[in-house]
Design a protein around this ligand. Structure first.
Ligand SMILES: Nc1ncnc2c1ncn2[C@@H]1O[C@H](COP(=O)(O)OP(=O)(O)OP(=O)(O)O)[C@@H](O)[C@H]1O
Length: 259
């Protein structure tokens, strides 16, 4: 369970998020939606504990972020940043094994289990065959999948993912989002995903948090929060939905030539 209480975020005097009171419960998959610069990545970094709130607080498991010893916090939440500088000369399996570090001081744990978890994560992201490859020789999408595998291998109840489907081909975009939805449903994980793809987000999420860019925010179940009028206001472009095969598809409205 993750909670924010009166969380406000500011950058250079600009209010990004104003007094956010929000709860992410086990089994919930939240997508975070907003325009470029609305504050999505800033929010995720704050939730991960990598940035101080400007006011208010973030609690994980009922305890304020700052009160968690780092190693213990690393067993609570995994964070996939939007951009990475992949380390020099490491192969894929080593980067995923590094995510097991928070468990290595635990006596009941052994290296064999770490290997199993790491390989299972690579398998879940369809990159097991690349385990021995130098990270820098991987394609952008392959590297992104290895990074997601590392977040998964960290084996935390809370996952914070900044645009995980970035650079992925269509099949892997769908696959990754389905994997996340399943982790919520099956394993009761809490997941927060920043996404610019409304259709992918809608398909995988139970809830949505809309950042309006001026501090205002809207949080709720997808059926309520992802309605065209609010989404259009949030993204600054008219959005329509069509129903297709029982699914809701979001499309940018056609503007006439006279607009
Ligand atoms: N270190 C920084 N110094 C100055 N301004 C910053 C810094 N980090 C972020 N910003 C600004 O804060 C705002 C929010 O940035 P943020 O990365 O959170 O947006 P975002 O919603 O994730 O955008 P995008 O959709 O482009 O990823 C932007 O206007 C950005 O330029």
């Amino acid at each position: 369970m993750m909670q924010t209480a009166s969380l406000s975020l500011r950058i250079r005097g600009r209010l990004l998020v104003d007094a956010l009171d929000w709860q992410v419960r086990p089994g919930e998959c939240w997508c975070v939606i907003g325009r470029n610069g609305a504050g999505k990545s800033t929010l995720l970094r704050t939730l991960a504990g990598l940035r101080e709130p400007d006011s208010g607080c973030v609690r994980v498991g009922g305890r304020e972020l700052a009160a968690w010893p780092l190693l213990e916090l690393a067993r609570q939440r995994a964070y996939l940043p939007q951009a990475r500088n992949d380390a020099f000369g490491y192969c894929a399996i080593e980067t995923v094994l590094a995510a097991r570090h928070p468990y290595q001081d635990m006596r009941y744990w052994d290296a064999e289990q770490d290997h199993q978890r790491a390989y299972a994560a690579l398998r879940a992201l369809d990159v097991e065959a690349l385990a021995q490859r130098d990270i820098r020789t991987l394609s952008g999408g392959e590297r992104q999948r290895v990074a997601i595998a590392a977040a998964l291998a960290q084996d935390t109840p809370l996952l914070l993912l900044d645009e995980p489907a970035n650079a992925l081909d269509l099949a892997h975009q769908v696959g990754v989002m389905e994997l996340m939805a399943n982790l919520c449903r099956r394993d009761n994980k809490s997941i927060v995903i920043v996404s610019h793809d409304l259709n992918l987000a809608h398909r995988a999420s139970t809830h949505a948090l809309l950042l309006m860019g001026d501090g205002r925010w809207i949080a709720g179940e997808v059926a309520d929060a992802m309605k065209p009028p609010v989404l259009s206001a949030c993204l600054g472009y008219p959005i329509e939905t069509v129903q297709h095969g029982g699914r809701t598809i979001f499309i940018p409205a056609q503007r006439s030539h006279h607009d």
